[in-house]
Design a protein around this ligand. Structure first.
Ligand code: ADP
Ligand code: MG
Length: 692
């Protein structure tokens, strides 16, 4: 299978002659018969039986038949139509607050009617408000009535009709080889689909809705299998691409880099460096994720990768999510690599037009070996004649769109001769196992699972806002003792202006509280020269206390800072708190992170703070984060507005993920004909998303 063309990637534009109905269908992602077929009910109504009036309980939705004993239009307390029916087992009230003349005729005294609706307890016993009424004795359906997810202005009946038609016309043929269906005891696709759209009368609604029925298992399996297959194809596709083998002709350069370091690499770092080095020497593009907790020393590993590419005569681009981090990389990596003769340039959004032009020219002329920057690096105008390696730091902070952009950058021929650059992504956020098996399965992963020696775990304190004075004296004490501190301002999500104001106010207030201290300020909207100044001052020790917004969240590395105060910690997410806390505990000596909170705390906030208090282990934090937030946000997919999985659940269906993974391998190897058919049904145009 080849890579999808551009047309397939972009959603189909609204057709000229599209009807309002079609537009609504499209909003639900329904355009072809095969889409309708896998648009499955969220619940069902049971209209297959008529039950006894006497057994109706408040809260139930029932269908009963009976004779109208009485009906009238009441005028008080408001105009309404009321009726009472009986079937000999009991009586049931009916009430309409709005009604048409024919509804009144439907319930004339003496008529036998069938009514349906939710029972509630009324003034005179049980009643249904606005019941659906038909004549008694009509034929009963022999299947449960499906209720589908829908959108504004699209009725259930229109959906049911369209889906019913699709079931008649669509290709429902089997997309799994017999051997897989058989060994996993899965029903056929056709059976599963028919059961879910029209479960036979008597089937347990509970089992259907809880998605425990074998038919549901088949659907979830299919969905997860499609995902595994596209990942396998992506991997095959990548292996079929060409990349420049970066075998480091000049091996001495790497030796010099190693010799210049003031510390010995940890064995985990050595291992990661060796894995990356082997990948870079191959003729197909590396896609490797370097995962290591905050402070584990990922940057130097990236430096080795960069050095190898540069020693082979190719360019390296390193991208960071914030300008401050890019700047820090620029100075750190510069200090490591410049002495080896590397030409280092940087490119961010805040350069003046002239600086930017100069940087672009240098890059395009091949006169920059290492280019460090922010998102600006993936913009169209940046042309790398010999791009050999792209490094993405704090990968989780980039949206899917940006990661795709980066892939295309390689595709667009920047590397010349149809070659793709190698890709190294780095993240402190470990990927939980189920996600690793699914959305990230195309990545090879190197893990740095040990911290550099001599680090003492950060002590975390939870302190109520009312004990602010104590926090101030703690800051005072530490600074007196020659240490430095961060003060993180509360997050104000509703308004950026308010957020900045808070930072400015906090800075003023802390400056007044500590007249004998140098208090610095840093926020995202400061001109980058001022940001740089503040950061430099802090790094040099000229600033004792740095008041900052979350701009310092990722990457910032100042070893002498050993105290961090986070105000309104209850407003931050778990991953964010962990990253922030990771700014301290980078040198020797004891570090402290104070999470100030303002009660009363909601459940989720309490769990989050508790997790922070209980553990400093990034893996554990990530696990709890996933539990609290779900995978979508974890992946940074919110921006893309795309659904990941519609039916399977990464947490509760992990056993099915395992099966799907094994089945995908078997299908790729022994049943290639089925692969395409399965993907066509489940993945139309969505494969690309999985490759980001
Ligand atoms: P992160 O993995 O969070 O990006 P960094 O690369 O910023 O971590 O490294 C954190 C700090 O640890 C840096 O100051 C770095 O120079 C230092 N460091 C990295 N590796 C080692 C090591 N093996 N021994 C001692 N210090 C190290
Ligand atoms: Mg880092």
């Amino acid at each position: 299978m080849t890579k999808p063309s551009k047309e397939e990637e972009t959603p189909r534009p609204a057709g000229e002659g599209e009807s309002p109905l079609e537009r609504r269908f499209r909003r639900l992602g329904l355009s072809e018969a095969s889409d309708f077929v896998v648009h499955l009910p969220i619940r069902y109504e049971d209209e297959t039986r008529v039950s006894a009036v006497g057994g109706a309980l408040p809260g139930q939705t029932v269908q009963v038949e009976g004779e109208v004993l009485h009906s009238e239009v009441q005028l008080r307390p408001r105009r309404q139509l009321v009726a009472v029916i009986s079937d000999g087992t009991g009586r049931l009230g009916l009430r309409w607050l709005h009604f048409y003349p024919n509804q009144r005729r439907q319930v004339e005294t003496g008529r036998r009617i069938r009514v349906r609706g939710e029972v509630r307890s009324g003034f005179n016993g049980c009643e249904i408000v606005h019941p659906r009424v038909t004549a008694a004795g009509g034929a009963l359906p022999d299947a449960l009535t499906p209720v589908y997810p829908t959108t504004d202005g699209l009725s259930q009946s229109a959906l049911r009709r369209a889906i019913g038609q699709a079931l008649d016309t669509a290709d429902l043929s089997e997309s799994l080889p017999e051997s897989i269906c058989h060994s996993l005891a899965l029903p056929s696709f056709k059976d599963a689909i028919r059961i879910l759209h029209a479960p036979p009368a008597g089937m347990s609604i509970h089992e259907l809705v809880e998605r425990g029925h074998p038919a549901w298992r088949r659907i979830k399996f299919d969905e997860l299998l499609a995902q595994q297959l596209s990942l396998a194809l992506a991997r095959r596709h990548r292996r079929s691409q060409r990349a420049q083998a970066l075998a480091a002709a000049d091996a001495e350069l790497l030796q010099r880099l190693r010799a210049s370091l003031p510390f010995a690499l940890t064995s985990a770092q050595e291992r990661a460096i060796a894995e990356i080095s082997a990948d870079l020497a191959r003729g197909y593009p590396m896609h490797r994720l370097l995962q290591g907790d905050v402070g584990s020393g990922k940057t130097i590993v990236a430096a080795f990768a960069a050095a190898q590419a540069i020693a082979s005569g190719w360019q390296v681009a390193i991208m960071a999510p914030t300008e401050i981090l890019a700047e820090q990389h620029f100075s750190k990596l510069g200090a490591w690599l410049r002495p080896l003769g590397a030409r280092v340039t940087w490119l961010t959004g805040s350069l003046t037009a002239r600086q930017r032009r100069a940087a672009l020219e240098t890059i395009a002329a091949g006169e920059a070996d290492l280019v460090i920057g922010t998102q600006a690096l993936i913009q169209d105008k940046v042309h790398f004649p010999r791009l050999g390696l792209v490094v993405l730091d704090e990968q989780h902070r980039f949206g899917v769109a940006q990661r795709l952009e980066l892939n295309r950058k390689g595709d667009s021929g920047d590397t010349g001769a149809g070659r793709m650059p190698h890709q190294l992504t780095m993240s402190a956020t470990p990927i939980p196992r189920t996600l690793a098996m699914t959305f990230f399965a195309d990545l090879d992963v190197s893990v740095i699972d040990e911290l550099p020696p001599g680090r003492t775990p950060v002590i975390t304190k939870l302190v109520s806002e009312s004990r602010r004075e104590e926090v101030l004296s703690l800051v005072h004490r530490e600074v007196r003792a020659g240490r430095q501190a961060y003060w993180v301002c509360p997050l104000v999500e509703e308004s950026e202006a308010l957020q900045l104001q808070t930072a400015v106010d906090t800075h003023a207030w802390l400056s007044a509280a500590f007249p004998d201290m140098a208090v610095g300020l840093m926020h995202g909207r400061m001109p980058s020269s001022e940001k740089q100044e503040a950061m430099d001052g802090f790094r040099r020790g000229a600033i004792h206390l740095l008041v900052a917004t979350t701009v310092i969240e990722v990457g910032v590395d100042v070893a002498n800072a050993n105290l961090m105060i986070i105000e309104h910690a209850e407003r931050f997410g778990l991953a964010q708190l962990h990253q922030l806390r990771g700014r301290v505990g980078r040198g020797g000596g004891q570090s402290v992170c104070v999470l100030m909170y303002q009660g009363p705390l909601g459940m989720v906030a309490r769990d989050r703070l508790k997790a922070m208090y209980e553990t400093t282990d990034g893996f554990e934090i990530a696990r709890r984060d996933l539990e609290q937030r779900g995978p979508g946000e974890f992946l940074g997919m919110r921006q893309s507005g795309q659904e990941l999985l519609r039916y399977a659940d990464l947490q509760s269906d992990s056993d099915i993920i395992e099966q799907a993974r094994a089945a995908a391998a078997e299908m790729m190897a022994s049943h290639p004909g089925y692969v395409d058919r399965h993907l066509r049904r489940w993945m139309r145009g969505r494969q690309e998303l999985l490759r980001s």
